[in-house]
Design a binder for this molecule. Structure first.
Ligand code: C2O
Ligand code: CU
Length: 396
């Protein structure tokens, strides 16, 4: 773990011959990719679950450049949470950034107790309500990862948060990050930040130029304490993710690249259909559950849309925990309280909805009719009710 990095070019056709060697049913979901509905990997809704010993061929065209990832969509907290995930990098040879050194970082964590994988249900109901975080943080599957660089040389890092519950709040001892993109590829323009937050499922594309500290010590990429609600910064510690060592070469003296990045257009939302989704919490017969608009697994509610239509979804978090909201199949843009697009424009498929807050998104159903899922990407939350379905109907 993680699974192999699948690397391809924009416009390539990807064919994955998948065989299930687990003792349980599974599927593969291609997180963030605009695949045809039948390739989305959601059992019952897009394909039958792949039984133990059986195979399935995933076959689709890569329509967007960016860092995506793949993971099962069966018993997700258990299967994804204990190591079934990998990154899928789609390069755009025309993006003008091909000369930089680059790295892909799959961030995650895992729970190990006495040398064994911990039970995915340890801690019971309360742990599900909070979302179980692993006891060890991992970078590309390793604890105590390291990287060796040339002092000051710009690098392109593409980062995915594949953890089942943990948010990563990254800092590089004050070295700045130049954000150039996220979930759905390059954004409208660059943004300079001193730290980065990645909620479960999210990706970031950044340029960094790590410099050797004056005292000669290595530089450490750390993950700090991020408040995702209800005392979540207690009983936790700052984690070291990556130790950066420096090659015995003179400091890089060239300029930092200043990409203008990618022209994007704001979705037109005047007259768009409005959808209100409340993210809710309930306790029935002593069991904690999440839900949508008060109903566990959204109850009977199936959202509907037509191909070609744009909708504005208002996501109101009525719980005391934050929820990274993920929509399958379609990218969206985040809007502010007045339904104006948040700048710089970026395509996203996962957005954090902080506790007690509201987030608005605009989504255009470009094509690909079918049944699509939306859910919280804290997989323990999804498993206890924070998910629902959307039916996209063909235009007539
Ligand atoms: Cu990473 Cu249902 O998705
Ligand atoms: Cu959640």
């Amino acid at each position: 773990m993680p699974g192999p990095l699948i690397r391809a070019k924009l416009g390539d056709r990807l064919i994955v011959h998948f065989t299930n060697h687990l003792p349980a049913n599974t599927t593969v979901h291609w997180h963030g990719l605009r695949v045809p509905n039948a390739m989305d990997g959601v059992p019952e809704h897009t394909q039958p679950a792949v039984a133990s010993g059986r195979s399935f061929t995933y076959d689709f065209v890569l329509r967007d450049a960016g860092l995506f990832w793949y993971h099962p969509h069966v018993m997700s907290a258990a299967q994804v949470g204990f190591g079934l995930y990998g990154a899928l990098l789609v390069d755009d040879p025309a993006d003008g950034l091909r000369t930089l050194d680059e790295a892909v970082f799959v961030l995650s964590d895992i729970s190990i107790m006495d040398g064994e994988l911990e039970s995915p249900t340890s801690g019971g109901d309360l742990a599900s309500t909070f979302g179980r975080e692993g006891t060890r943080v991992l970078v590309n599957g390793r604890p105590d990862a390291s990287l060796f660089v040339r002092d000051g040389a710009p690098q392109r890092w593409r980062i995915v948060n594949a953890a089942k519950s943990r948010y990563f709040l990254l800092d590089l001892e004050g070295e700045p990050f130049l954000v150039i993109g996220g979930d759905g590829g390059l954004q409208e323009r660059t943004e300079r930040r001193d730290s980065l937050v990645l909620a479960p499922g999210e990706r970031l594309d950044v340029i960094v130029a790590p410099r050797r500290p004056a005292d000669g010590s290595p530089l450490v990429l750390r993950s700090g304490l991020f408040d995702r609600g209800f005392g979540s910064t207690e009983f936790r510690r700052v984690e070291s993710l990556l130790t950066i060592g420096f090659a015995d070469l003179p400091r890089y003296a060239g300029a930092m690249p200043t990409p203008s990045v990618r022209p994007l257009e704001a979705l037109e939302v005047a007259g768009a259909k409005r959808v209100q989704l409340d993210l809710t919490f309930s306790n029935a017969d002593g069991a904690n559950q999440y839900g949508v608009n008060g109903a566990v697994f959204a109850g009977e509610m199936v959202l509907t849309a037509k191909v070609g239509e744009t909708q504005v979804w208002t996501l109101t978090n009525r719980t005391h925990w934050s929820h990274p909201f993920h929509l399958h199949g379609f990218f969206f843009q985040v809007l502010d309280e007045e339904n104006r697009p948040v700048r710089p424009l970026a395509w996203k498929d996962t957005v954090d909805v902080p506790f007690d807050r509201t987030v608005r998104i605009a989504v255009r159903f470009d094509d690909r009719p079918g049944m699509w899922m939306y859910h919280c990407h804290i997989l323990d939350h999804a498993d206890i009710g924070l998910m629902g379905m959307l039916e996209v109907r063909p235009a007539r």
